[in-house]
Design a binder for this molecule. Structure first.
Ligand code: ADP
Ligand code: MG
Length: 268
């Protein structure tokens, strides 16, 4: 059997909140409780769950932006949380992230060129000429042109801004993109365009996605397999078709009921 691109083993994370009073114990939130999964190269894994179920915490731990309390995150068999700073920077080029809010995640004072090329400059120390060449290439891949390089985020629509964020993720030629609610802030018609783009990019470049969404319908379009998170625990996993046809866990059924036109009153 080939090594998985990404393996997450027994991942746990507890946050301690400030004490309410001097003598009371500090309250804790168990954001993740022993999460396990693996993802093969070129495949997509969906992570679904209600708000507060631990999805973004999982994304931050996989990206090594934060340390877990227990467990491991292996990229190509290498434990990211045990790497030194220089090695981690090199590994970071292989995994990139796209966030929910294309308004918040793009710096309004930076040009598209600066934004898109930044990971290449910071992680791989690319020359100016290479930065520009690769930025043009990445923009073309998301349907934007070299004429957009000198523009600023406010000159673009929400969908275009998310394309810019995706170009920024693509520029290091990553193996894995962690997308945390990448279309949740977009209009439904624009959501479909961005999801189609993400699928095209996967076909073209063999990228894997860890695709996080509170919306099972969105995950259904993109993912080969889905994990359902509830209060930091994996309560169910399977193909989107399995989860839609025969959800095993009541929590999964609740998520399905929340989809307009698919809920219990949809007559299906
Ligand atoms: P989701 O992305 O599914 O909405 P999160 O991973 O953001 O969930 O949060 C999971 C739980 O951990 C929530 O209860 C949240 O309040 C808590 N949490 C997340 N980040 C922190 C933090 N930095 N400090 C304290 N609690 C946090
Ligand atoms: Mg979140």
């Amino acid at each position: 059997m080939s090594t998985a691109l990404l393996t997450v083993e027994n991942l746990g994370k507890t946050y301690r909140l400030p004490r309410q009073t001097l003598l009371s114990a500090a309250p804790e939130v168990k954001a993740l409780r022993g999460v396990d999964f693996s993802l093969q190269a070129g495949r997509s894994l969906g992570i679904v769950g209600e708000s507060g179920s631990g999805k973004s915490t999982l994304a931050r731990l996989v990206m090594a932006l934060e340390k877990p309390d227990s467990g491991r995150v292996l990229l190509d068999g290498v434990d990211l949380h045990r790497l030194g700073a220089a090695e981690l920077r090199r590994s970071r080029a292989k995994l990139q992230m796209v966030f929910q809010d294309p308004f918040g995640s793009l710096d309004p004072r930076r040009t598209v060129m600066q934004t898109v090329a930044e990971p290449l400059a910071v992680l791989l120390g690319a020359s100016r000429a290479e930065q520009r060449e690769r930025a043009v290439e990445a923009l073309a891949a998301v349907g934007l042109g070299s004429g957009d390089l000198a523009k600023y985020p406010h000159e673009f629509s929400g969908g275009q801004r998310q394309r810019i964020a995706i170009a920024r993720a693509l520029i290091t030629r990553p193996r894995l993109i962690v997308a945390d609610e990448p279309v949740s802030a977009l209009d439904v018609s624009v959501q479909a365009q961005v999801l189609n783009l993400m699928q095209d990019l996967q076909d073209q470049f063999g990228i894997s996605y860890l695709f996080i969404s509170h919306d099972l319908a969105v995950v259904d379009l993109v993912c080969d397999e889905v994990i359902v998170l509830n209060e930091g625990l994996v309560v169910e996993r399977g193909s989107p078709a399995q989860l839609f046809r025969a959800p095993q866990h009541p929590y999964t059924r609740r998520l399905l009921d929340a989809i307009p036109g698919l809920g219990p009153r949809a007559g299906k």
